[in-house]
Write a protein of this length. Structure first.
Length: 312
């Protein structure tokens, strides 16, 4: 675990929410089970294997020593989460987590909940995807003189919607079957002073195409589905169903941002299925992941792919 301790010893005081150590990328042999995230003022240490108390004490001492250097006189707050299926656990190790808890990223603020569930309300590996959306929307608005219309599928807590509206989108339609996630998404909009421009549909995407279609066509469609969630989305069969809808949902020259976080499925999975299901959609680029999420095999890491419809 020396690589993790070295990262802690060198870390600055975090401002934005961010990953600080990414053992899962395989670049630090022996640390593949570890990740360390900052959701200021809290740190979240995650292990995918059960951990002995002595190991946790060593990490806690390292965090305390570094925190005393970068934030002298302030109490340390950190949380441990074990994601091993036989021993799942979330434990407050020191300090007090704010309630409500909001974090910053690229000038936006988002509600998070680091003591509840495995997903904390903001996926840190998607930071560059949110940046791409904000910048793409701003560029499109500047080029056309109007705010783009955006469809955000599998919206979760609607962070993409916040980014799009901050970039100048005229309208964002958010769709997610999780009512709790959508409710947090509405809070995220209020937190950023975005009282207009967004609508929220707490529905299953695949049973709501009629209502979704009536809100279009869209300049940008975003899809960030779970890779495998029974009853919601299974990438190997459901991505094709989604792709074939894109030509009807997009304006000529519109774009689609498709995300896939399945280590066993590479970029070719998305490229091949797009060729089969929507041959009029052209691949544009793969959005780079944050540098801290570097992986020994880029095909195993998060895929964020941009496609453009005919007419671009």
């Amino acid at each position: 675990m020396q690589a993790l301790l070295d990262a802690i010893a060198a870390m600055p005081r975090p401002g934005d929410a961010q990953r600080l150590f990414h053992g899962r990328g395989g670049l630090y042999p022996g640390c593949e089970q570890w990740s360390l995230d900052a959701y200021p003022p809290a740190f979240v240490l995650t292990s995918f294997l059960p951990m002995e108390e002595g190991v946790l004490a060593t990490v806690g001492a390292a965090l305390q020593a570094r925190w005393a250097q970068v934030a002298p006189g302030e109490p340390l707050c950190w949380v441990f989460q074990c994601r091993h299926p036989d021993q799942p656990e979330t434990r407050l190790m020191a300090g007090e987590v704010p309630d409500p808890h909001a974090v910053a990223e690229q000038g936006a603020r988002y509600r998070v909940h680091v003591l509840r569930g495995q997903n904390h309300g903001l996926f840190l590996d998607m930071a560059e995807g949110r940046r791409w959306v904000r910048e793409h929307v701003a560029a499109r608005r500047a080029a056309t003189g109007r705010g783009p219309r955006v469809l955000n599928l599998f919206a979760y807590t609607c962070a993409f919607s916040v980014a799009a509206l901050q970039g100048g989108a005229a309208q964002v339609v958010n769709v997610d079957m999780g009512r709790g996630a959508i409710a947090i998404g509405q809070q995220n909009h209020r937190l950023n002073g975005l009282d207009q421009g967004a609508s929220f549909l707490a529905h299953d995407v695949f049973t709501t195409w009629g209502k979704i279609g009536r809100g279009g066509p869209y300049d940008l469609v975003i899809a960030d589905p779970p890779s495998y969630q029974k009853g919601s989305f299974v990438a190997t069969k459901d991505y094709a169903r989604l792709m074939r809808r894109l030509p009807d949902l997009l304006v000529p020259g519109g774009h689609a941002l498709l995300c896939l976080n399945a280590p066993e499925l590479g970029t070719d999975f998305l490229l091949q299925r797009m060729r089969e299901q929507a041959p009029g959609m052209r691949w544009v680029e793969r959005v780079a992941n944050p540098a801290v999420f570097a992986d020994v095999d880029a095909e195993r890491s998060l895929k964020v792919m941009v496609f453009a419809a005919d007419g671009s």
